[in-house]
Ligand binder design. Structure first.
Ligand code: SIN
Length: 351
């Protein structure tokens, strides 16, 4: 998941892995520990930029080779790729207010039980993580189960309240800020069981929030057959920090691949790789910015895809406009998070 110092030169690496040249690597020429390591510059010339495609199209009516404009009922243009039926890109699909809303929901309400997160395995369901991080609290074991080696019974405490006698060496208090940084995913609606790579319908769950459902239905429209409506039943929220990546994979656990996955980007800009049906097919690289929506349906669902890079530096993250929108005192905590992070919400019809 993390940035590394050198690019492995293995001749057996698949075409997909080779395109992970976009990954965050650090220049390690300097031996001086005091010198800050700098990200290695990467050639971005081949990365498709749908923002510029959209701007050029609005100005001149022209499209770059391989890109098509898809007829739709939105006020925003929707683009497709000649070589990839079932793939749709809606640049700047969300309004700034919508971006902020879904950033906040992704941090505050989406990781709340019964939704599961990557922290469940160690800590069980954690309530109010974001607020606890904001209030600089720490997670401690409950007094009544001090001899239990797990953290499944826990509570938030301020550092002043810490009673070190309750938490032995095995269960040191964990700052909420650390848990928030290590939050990698949460699941909404029908819960996905990562160990079995399938939906476990018997796990307790809430329905996908109505506003998210409505948004997904609207955005899915270009990929739906006439007269059909997308039925959002599950969503996976991915949280990326600097150096995090998502390797090439297929989202193949849903019953009907003709239905799209509606994938929403929030926060720092990223590179998305859209490969072929085999890992040996060289992927296309494209930028994903906050507010962009990608749909993958039909044939596109059979293509490997991944996210090798997010840009957290102020020059490339392209989220300056969110600073104004999140400048109220109450919102600073969201801004601090999103300045160095990306969130992806991907919404699925399971059956
Ligand atoms: C995914 O493919 O599961 C997520 C893609 C993204 O982060 O944009």
């Amino acid at each position: 998941m993390y940035g590394s110092d050198s690019i492995p030169d293995d001749p057996d690496r698949t075409a997909f892995r080779k395109t992970e040249k976009y990954k965050l690597y650090y220049d390690s020429t300097s031996k001086s520990v005091r010198k800050k390591k700098l990200p290695r510059p990467v050639d971005l010339l081949e990365v498709i930029d749908f923002k510029s495609v959209s701007e050029t199209f609005a100005r001149t009516g022209e499209l770059r080779c391989g890109v098509t404009k898809v007829e739709n009922r939105f006020d925003k243009p929707v683009f497709g790729l000649d070589e990839c039926p079932g793939f749709y890109f809606i640049p700047a699909a969300l309004r700034i207010e919508e971006e902020c809303r879904w950033i906040k929901e992704s941090l505050v309400s989406f990781p709340q039980p019964p939704n599961r997160t990557n922290h469940n395995a160690v800590y069980g369901g954690i309530h109010n993580l974001f607020n606890a991080a904001k209030n600089k609290q720490v997670l401690v074991k409950e007094d009544s189960v001090a001899d239990d080696a797990t953290f499944h019974n826990h509570k938030w405490a301020s550092s002043e309240e810490l009673d070190s006698s309750v938490n032995g060496d095995n269960c040191k208090p964990v700052p909420a800020a650390v848990l928030l940084r290590k939050l990698r995913w949460s699941t909404l609606g029908l819960q996905f069981d990562w160990s079995k790579r399938s939906y476990n319908v018997s796990l307790p769950h809430n329905k996908i929030p109505d506003a998210l459902c409505q948004l997904a239905k609207k955005m899915a429209a270009p990929a739906m057959a006439v007269g059909e409506e997308f039925q959002p039943e599950a969503a996976i929220v991915n949280y990326f920090g600097s150096g995090d990546m998502l390797g090439g994979h297929l989202d193949d656990m849903e019953a009907d691949w003709s239905k799209p996955i509606v994938s929403m980007s929030l926060g720092c800009k990223a590179i998305f790789l859209l490969g072929g049906k085999s890992r040996n097919d060289e992927p296309l690289a494209m930028f994903l910015r906050s507010g962009d929506i990608v749909l993958m349906s039909g044939e596109a669902r059979e293509r490997f895809h991944g996210v090798p890079r997010i840009f957290t530096d102020t020059e490339h993250a392209e989220i300056g406009y969110l600073e104004k929108q999140l400048s109220d005192e109450d919102d600073i905590c969201y801004l601090e998070y999103i300045k160095t992070s990306r969130i992806n919400i991907n919404i699925r019809q399971v059956f």
